[in-house]
Design a protein around this ligand. Structure first.
Ligand code: F6P
Length: 328
């Protein structure tokens, strides 16, 4: 029988995302509601190793639901990848009488949690927080909706100047391994072409499409490129390639970068964070471990943590088709 959890630690780990604060708030308030103690750890796993703890009460999380970033700060800890680092983290948690850990982060953070659980049997529950939306077992990760809206707003602004100058813009959005932001922001902002890591449509196809749209009377265009697209060229090389092959176009590049990770979370992300935080605490207090809480068919549901890490969240092929039709 599993020991009853009485004190829960919460960390934010990996790349921050809007909605992480709302999730911390939800975890802390759910702990208070169920009369469990809650402790925050600064800088993710690194803070566990360096014993950087803070007691969190319901009042510690006032006025953070609307804030971007994470009040607990975040880190990608190299030390936690070592046995010694994890041992130190375990000892520090024990010293604090912590008996369960909620990890708000992406798949790298969950991998650390799974290893930690295997070595020490420490109960772990994950809450998916990354703007990339690349986690299996949830339709939405925390911060994805906000990042999409940020990207669309930025591309809308680029469109204003693109059409004023008859220019072609390549806009790079985040997504090292996943094209969710590119595909959805691209469709939402009316991009001519969308290049994503999941599919290599070929450079020829892009040229043909741009030529076709030029012939059909379009004088400016926007191509949205995911950071990790598979064309084999970075966004500047892509721009050069088009300029070399289509001198009639004046080409510019805009890299949106980390601004996509900041800002006040959307209402969707705040509600999602509130739901996932409560569920994570309830599951942990019930003795469940090694799961990630996520959204499936708009219901909060748990997925085995290893499955969440290994599973592939697939790109919506219907959206690719819609994007194609919209370029007519
Ligand atoms: O959090 C995910 C992500 O934003 C990716 O889209 C991006 O490639 C990466 O993080 C950037 O990481 P860093 O902030 O460490 O440069």
């Amino acid at each position: 029988m599993t020991k009853k959890v009485k004190k829960i630690a919460v960390i934010t780990s990996g790349g921050d995302s809007p909605g992480m604060n709302a999730a911390i708030r939800s975890v802390v308030r759910a702990c208070a509601y169920y009369r469990a103690e809650c402790v925050g750890v600064y800088r993710g796993y690194q803070g566990m190793i360096e014993s950087d703890f803070v007691t969190l009460t319901a009042r510690s999380v006032n006025n953070i639901i609307n804030k971007g970033g994470t009040i607990l700060r975040s880190a990608r800890s190299k030390d936690f990848r070592t046995k010694e680092g994890r041992k130190k983290a375990y000892e520090n948690l024990k010293e604090q009488n912590v008996d369960g850990l909620i990890v708000i982060g992406g798949d790298g953070s969950f991998t650390g949690g799974v290893v930690f659980n295997k070595e020490y049997g420490f109960p772990i529950i994950g809450i998916p927080g990354t703007i990339d939306n690349d986690i299996f077992g949830t339709s939405h990760t925390l911060g994805y909706d906000t990042a999409l809206n940020t990207a669309v707003e930025a591309i809308d602004k680029i469109r204003d100047t693109a059409s004023s100058h008859n220019r072609l813009f390549f806009v790079e959005v985040m997504g090292r391994d996943a094209g969710f932001i590119a595909l959805n922001a691209g469709v939402g902002a009316g991009a001519e072409e969308i290049l994503i890591p999941e599919e290599d449509l070929g450079l020829e196809r892009m040229l043909e499409s741009l030529q076709k749209s030029r012939r059909s009377g379009k004088s400016s265009s926007i191509v949205v490129v995911a950071e990790g697209d598979r064309s084999g060229k970075n966004v500047y090389e892509l721009a050069q390639y088009v300029e070399d092959n289509m001198p009639e176009y004046e080409v510019r590049v805009s890299v949106l970068g980390h601004m996509q990770r900041g800002g006040s979370p959307s209402c969707f992300d705040r509600v999602l964070a509130s739901r996932l935080g409560v569920k994570a605490v309830e599951l942990m207090l019930d003795g469940t471990t090694n799961v990630m809480v996520g959204l499936k068919d708009n219901k909060v549901a748990a997925t085995n943590l290893e499955k969440a890490i290994k599973g592939q969240s697939s790109i919506n092929s219907e959206l690719l088709r819609v994007s194609d039709i919209m370029t007519t």
